[in-house]
Design a protein around this ligand. Structure first.
Ligand SMILES: Cc1cc2nc3c(=O)[nH]c(=O)nc-3n(C[C@H](O)[C@H](O)[C@H](O)COP(=O)(O)OP(=O)(O)OC[C@H]3O[C@@H](n4cnc5c(N)ncnc54)[C@H](O)[C@@H]3O)c2cc1C
Length: 566
């Protein structure tokens, strides 16, 4: 049996006591009267929806996969999703879930992104393949809201916000993966102000499907014959499936990828043959506009890692309580006990870190004070690559640890863990590989501002030590000191930054783990003891002694590499 129950008490505790989300909302005009009881109702309902509508389709969708239909008359191909996906999506739209963080003026519910983050964690835990379809909606909505013309917004924005239209993000080409500067899809301006797009894209998630009538692609292309080379000559275009006059646009899916996991998600090779599109933002400045969509997507992908870990660990914990070897449940064997505690502590810390990033994005857009918006923006920019890379790295590796708990049964398709391992793997690759996230962190976030945003983050982490038990405050102080020292070493030897980028990212992520455990332990001090708080404190203790020693290896490599460069 593969089951799921959202950790609602953990989620509320993190929002209320660790991140003080209601205090943050009080500074935002749109949410000053939002209360946690209302939010908890939303989360309860999301948990029920994820379990009832999505979890039952998870294994079946994995087995069935997607199907490409090629009409015999040579007409455009059609993509069919696994049985049940269409109905589940209709119910999802009907219940208003796609619109949760979108503005009410476009049909949205206007809730904070941090609430949406908790909902997404649940959805992806229950069915990653299915979630791939609505996962890009919010990024597309934000990109169009910020950069689309009034005409494009009027035509598409409300349908995207409410989920009646689904969106795909078309960047990758056969020769252009990480290096988007060499992409070749081209666009010509037509006399009516629209564009004609020609080219081939690969690996496009949800480029076509049968969940909605309309699908819009946000396509990166080169406009005109005089587009500057490299990333400075890339334009963003919106290319719908159906044109305003009701005719089918000139693109189609050539093939579907056969892949390791997320079989329910259609990963498409797309051919544009003079397809009609409309520019989004300025000519040749498409990559900057697309970054809005990619940043939103990077947080979501980090939440995919978190969701995978939560469901993997929940099920492994239950299996370990039931499976008896050597006369006792395997959870009582030290190796299994520690493995589970380690994975549970990691999930707890990552939830705090991911929701902190979501809170920063909320404040960057909605805080009443301009300075607070600016510093929240810098915090969001710093945390986003960490959340994407750290949560997805452990999304996969904790799933493998959980698989180990199942012994040989974990290798069979009988239990859901084998699918989770396969599904979780892709999150380390797409939305910018984890190596790219590390480069982004050191080059654009650390070196670019001389470490200012990092210093602000570490100052915030240090505050958590005040009033916290010494067993948490002291390790946190040590981790912060090590992070400051290593950051100085990198700033003093920028030539080694790329070599140590991955270690910097994981070292800093462990500092945040120390912060999350300390902030959690401090908040627990003010709660009456019960079974949940006792178990949570134990998890946090394990986080300190079981997870933090990893940080030393990362920092040692950073220091040694920087020293060797002297
Ligand atoms: C299931 C799936 C769904 C996807 N969905 C989408 C989608 O919806 N839209 C879309 O546009 N794309 C999508 N992609 C594509 C995905 O974003 C790319 O696969 C990813 O960006 C990596 O590109 P690549 O595969 O060409 O690998 P490459 O760029 O060739 O990279 C190969 C390896 O080299 C490393 N590397 C490359 N350059 C550098 C560098 N400068 N420094 C350090 N390391 C480097 C990478 O980290 C990686 O480990 C999807 C892919 C898959 C498999």
């Amino acid at each position: 049996m593969w089951t799921y129950r959202a950790p609602l008490r953990d989620m509320r505790f993190v929002l209320e006591h660790v991140l003080q989300a209601p205090e943050s909302w009080a500074h935002c005009a749109d949410w000053h009267d939002l209360d946690l009881d209302t939010v908890e109702q939303v989360l309860r309902e999301a948990d029920r929806h994820a379990r009832d509508a999505l979890l039952p389709l998870n294994a079946a969708g994995d087995r069935a996969g997607c199907r490409l239909e090629r009409p015999v008359d040579g007409g455009p191909t059609t993509v069919h999703t696994p049985p049940g996906y269409r109905e589940a999506y209709a119910a999802f739209v009907e219940a208003g879930w796609p619109a949760l963080p979108c503005a009410p003026e476009w049909g949205g519910q206007g809730l904070p992104l941090v609430v949406d983050a908790a909902v997404r964690e649940m959805l992806v835990a229950c069915n990653h393949g299915w979630v791939m379809y609505p996962d890009l909606l919010h990024g597309a909505y934000e990109t169009l809201a910020a950069h689309g013309s009034d005409e494009l917004k009027a035509r598409h924005l409300e349908d995207i916000a409410t989920g009646r239209t689904l969106a795909a993000m078309a960047l990758t080409e056969p020769g252009a993966g990480t290096d988007l500067g060499v992409l070749r899809t081209r666009a010509e301006a037509a006399t009516d102000g629209s564009l004609r797009i020609h080219g081939q894209k690969i690996f496009i998630s949800g480029a076509d499907h049968d969940l909605t009538q309309q699908v819009v692609h946000l396509v990166l292309c080169r406009l005109g014959s005089d587009a500057p080379p490299g990333t400075k000559g890339i334009t963003l275009a919106l290319v719908p499936k159906w044109l305003p006059d009701g005719t089918r646009n000139a693109w189609q899916v050539d093939s579907l990828e056969h892949k390791m996991g997320i079989h329910g998600s259609a990963t498409c090779a797309v051919r544009y043959e003079g397809a009609t599109g409309w520019i989004v933002g300025e000519p040749h400045r498409g990559l900057a506009a697309m970054f809005l969509m990619m940043n939103s997507a990077r947080l979501h992908v980090g939440l995919q890692g978190l969701g995978h870990q939560e469901i993997a660990v929940q099920n492994a914990r239950r299996y370990a309580a039931e499976r008896v070897q050597m006369g006792r449940p395997i959870e009582q064997h030290a190796a299994v006990r520690h493995l589970l505690l380690r994975a549970e502590a990691m999930v707890w810390a990552q939830r705090v870190i991911a929701y902190r990033a979501a809170r920063a994005i909320d404040e960057a857009h909605h805080h009443a004070d301009a300075d607070a918006r600016r510093s929240a923006g810098a915090m969001a920019a710093l945390l986003t690559p960490i959340v994407k890379a750290f949560c997805t790295h452990h999304g996969f590796h904790s799933a493998v640890l959980a698989q180990q708990v199942y012994g040989g049964y974990g290798y069979t398709a009988e239990f859901g863990i084998e699918q989770t391992v396969r599904d979780a793997r892709i999150a380390m690759v797409y939305e910018g590989t984890n190596e790219v996230q590390a480069i982004d962190l050191v080059q654009r976030k650390l070196l670019a501002d001389g470490g200012a945003a990092l210093a602000a983050l570490l100052d915030e982490c240090a505050e958590a030590a005040h009033g916290a038990p010494a067993e948490f405050a002291e390790p946190l102080a040590r981790e912060i000191a090590a992070a400051r020292h290593a950051a100085q070493a990198v700033l003093a030897a920028p030539a080694v930054a790329l070599e140590v980028a991955d270690d910097v990212l994981h070292g800093l992520a462990h500092t945040l783990v120390a912060w999350a455990c300390c902030a959690g332990a401090r908040a627990l001090e003010h709660l009456a003891a019960d079974a949940w708080s006792t178990a949570t404190r134990e998890r946090l203790r394990y986080g300190v002694r079981g997870l933090l020693p990893q940080a030393a290896a990362h920092w040692a490599r950073v220091e040694a590499t920087a020293a060797a460069a002297d």
